[in-house]
Design a protein around this ligand. Sequence first.
Ligand code: NAD
Ligand code: UD1
Length: 345
Amino acid sequence: MPEKCILVTGGAGYVGSHSVIELIAAEYSVVVLDNLVNASMESIRRVEEIVGKKIQTYNVDLLDKKAVEEVFGKHKFSAVIHFAGLKAVGESCDLPLLYYKTNVGGTVNLLEVMKENGVNNLVFSSSATVYGTPQYLPLDEKHPIGGCTNPYGKTKYFIEEILRDLSNAEKQWNIVILRYFNPVGAHKSGKIGEDPQGPPNNLMPFVAQVAVGRRSELKVYGSDYDTPDGTGVRDYIHVVDLAQGHVAAIKKVEEGCGSKTYNLGTGHGYSVLDMVKAFEKASGKSIPYSKVERRLGDIASCYADAALAKTELPWTAQKNLDEMCEDLWRWQSTNPNGFRSADGK
Ligand code: NAD
Ligand code: UD1
């Protein structure tokens, strides 16, 4: 049987690049579409090294609909995994129109081109951020959504609503919405990983840069939360587990599943100080930190009820906290400047 071809938008990015590897391991062929606004071709080159194959990659912006149509004209896709978009919470508050245009407008363009080409299978990257402030924990998929405090989170919520409207109106669509909790870690090879531009907003990339000497200390945002040690609790999930969740989701859309939504998390909550301790153990480095004010918009605790994905996809996270930290450290310590060490940029 010929390999099925999956279009991966945003495939040069952090979650996308790891997912490309898992798709190829599951014997799919893959085409990447990415405008490289938050990624570099070096990540694709390294993925090629890991999988031992060329990855057809188009440097295309989803907002350029003609160029997206041209990509669809060159390949017969059986499904699309849609990662492409902007994701910085703070930036989205300063540049809301850019976020709505890119994330919502880019998705609508993609959906229209998929429809024109008879491609009805989609996996979409959503986020636990759509749950807003938890009314109960763990968060299951029935928890109310939409209470997002920033434009980035709202784009995820709006796109989810668009996808539900679409699958209600047009029964040929099979759409799996994946709500990620907190992706961390890197591929075992140490060749690819998260490569934030400028000071990292997220905890673990910041911790890793402190360990490697790029930052002097971590600021712990808030130590008076109603949590075991007073610091924020999150559900950290290894990016390779997350990537494997996308392969399971592709198989689900291939079955003709209609519209489905799944949490991708581990179901375990760890505090900021738990993460610091685990990373110190994995790296052998000490992580100096100071406790400061809470970060605006942060919540105390957030972790998944991961049961639905386990029974229906079926998929469960396999990797523990030590592996998340060890793999992140391997990537960070061998690539202290991210992909730039190789790019020379
Ligand atoms: P990322 O920034 O590494 O990857 C996104 C990719 O999309 C980048 O390679 C970027 O160059 C590309 N892109 C952006 N705008 C584009 C456009 N207009 N046209 C074409 N390509 C474009 O981010 P990531 O961490 O890999 O996240 C992937 C997806 O998962 C995003 O949609 C993000 O919102 C979502 N998500 C991420 C997290 C997380 O913590 N990493 C959590 C929840 C959800
Ligand atoms: C952030 C985003 C959220 C996104 C999620 C996953 C914000 C406000 N929210 O959430 O929209 O879906 O990432 O990508 O940015 N922390 C520190 N010091 C730091 C960084 C973080 O103490 O330098 C703490 C935070 O207060 C939090 C925990 O570490 O308690 C995790 O933070 P982070 O990695 O930014 O993830 P989220 O807050 O879950």
